[in-house]
Design a protein around this ligand. Structure first.
Ligand code: HEC
Length: 157
């Protein structure tokens, strides 16, 4: 359901951008002047909110490079050195089937909200003393926010 909504949203934005953002009083003349292939660039400029989300996700995807040696985020069911992070938001810590977690993780009692993920990524060993995740701490709050946005986005596809 969410995927369908996301796919159709840019179409709506294009429609709004074409009639709403241009103050020109004579839209008829504008249609005559414009070439058929040029609408796309106008639409992109008219969607700041969507662009902000997209760029946060894009930044998170880039920052996730710190994690890819150990984690994938897709519905393949593949675990690496760390468990698959697909759908991790809302999931109980230590609950991916077939992944061998530390006792510290399985008995942590954590459910991964965005806030809990933020705490964990800031300092994994402080949040879950005894965790076997030995790398991946992110000190920059903005980077953590972007990574979490990327994980959420990748889990929705
Ligand atoms: C060196 C390998 C490694 C890197 C790099 C790494 N992780 Fe991990 N991660 C692990 C391991 C191993 C675990 C399991 C920890 C345990 O059982 O204590 C884990 C667990 C997790 C969990 C808990 C998952 C669950 O199912 O409960 C999250 C969330 C997580 N990592 C996110 C990240 C993110 C985001 C990054 C990048 C910023 C990252 N990790 C980088 C190895 C890694």
């Amino acid at each position: 359901m969410k995927a369908v909504f996301r796919a159709s949203a840019p179409v709506l934005v294009i429609a709004l951008g074409a009639c709403g953002s241009d103050p020109a009083p004579e839209p008829t003349e504008q249609i005559v002047v414009r070439e058929p292939g040029q609408d796309g660039s106008d639409a992109a400029a008219a969607a700041p909110a969507e662009e902000a989300t997209d760029s946060l996700v894009a930044a998170g995807k880039a920052a996730f490079n710190t994690c890819v040696a150990c984690h994938v985020v897709d519905d393949s069911g593949i675990n690496r050195i760390g468990p698959n992070l697909y759908g991790v938001i809302g999931r109980a810590a230590g609950s991916v089937d077939g992944f061998k977690y530390s006792d510290a993780m399985t008995s942590s009692g954590i459910t991964w909200t965005k806030e809990e993920l933020d705490n964990y990524l800031a300092n994994p060993a402080a949040k879950v003393p005894g965790t076997t995740m030995m790398a991946g701490a992110i000190s920059d709050a903005g980077r953590r926010e972007a990574i979490i946005a990327y994980i959420e986005d990748a889990s929705a596809n």
